[in-house]
Design a protein around this ligand. Sequence first.
Ligand SMILES: *[C@@H]1O[C@H](CO)[C@@H](O)[C@H](O)[C@H]1NC(C)=O
Ligand SMILES: *[C@@H]1O[C@H](CO)[C@@H](O)[C@H](O)[C@H]1NC(C)=O
Length: 249
Amino acid sequence: MRQLLPSTALLLLVSAGTQAANLTKAVVVLEPPYNRILTLDNVTLKCQGTYPLGDNSTQWLHNGTLISNQASYFIKAASVENSGEYRCRKGLSELSDPVQLEVHMGWLLLWAPRQVFQEGEPIRLRCHSWKNKPVRNVQYFQNGKSKKFSYGNSDFHIPAATSKHSGSYFCRGLIGKKNESSEPVDIIIQGKSCTAPEGPAPPGHQIPFSLVMVLLFAVDTGLYFAVQRDLHKSMRDWKNSKVSWKQGP
Ligand SMILES: *[C@@H]1O[C@H](CO)[C@@H](O)[C@H](O)[C@H]1NC(C)=O
Ligand SMILES: *[C@@H]1O[C@H](CO)[C@@H](O)[C@H](O)[C@H]1NC(C)=O
């Protein structure tokens, strides 16, 4: 039992350490920041995150298959086959959450940095064209109603979103003589009640490792003395029983 304890403690510590590493999860960042793109677009995938004990080697996975060890992953002239789930890992960091890249075929794509926004946040929508061809007479629609028109191709900027801005959006314009429309994109504005409390995030995600160490140490020390006491007690009992046995008939 005495030999067993330190190795158990070690195992616990290792698992605690792994959990601390999990807290520094890598993050896939896209540049430009849109996960829906058109064929022939270029996009750079960056892996953010470090783990103090790890080297800074990077691993990229596409649909679960290792595809690169470069710090960034460039997709030049995207094709539909580049669609799918991308994840990365940096050093010993935990594998990032997946980023779903969608490569669409078409003339226009409504670019939104995200689909879910909090009330009060700014939103900038762009009408992105195939091979960045010039688009004229661009119109943005929300739930079928025209919200913005420009002769060139300007962004549709909402300085502070409210629940009224939720809905289905698309853009339309002329590419040469062709009148083209993008597919619709659903934008959701979440009320303040659903948001996390303001200000810096609670330190809950930073302290557990040291806390876990301290707790483990305390528990382990406690266990150690408890076991030692029991051991002494049973030794004593054993000696006593031996004595009583010797003294027996
Ligand atoms: C992608 O990059 C190449 C140069 O590396 C450029 O010629 C091409 O126009 C870019 N594609 C788009 C859609 O911007
Ligand atoms: C594109 O077509 C729609 C009808 O489908 C029309 O109402 C609109 O004016 C056209 N847009 C341009 C820029 O010509």
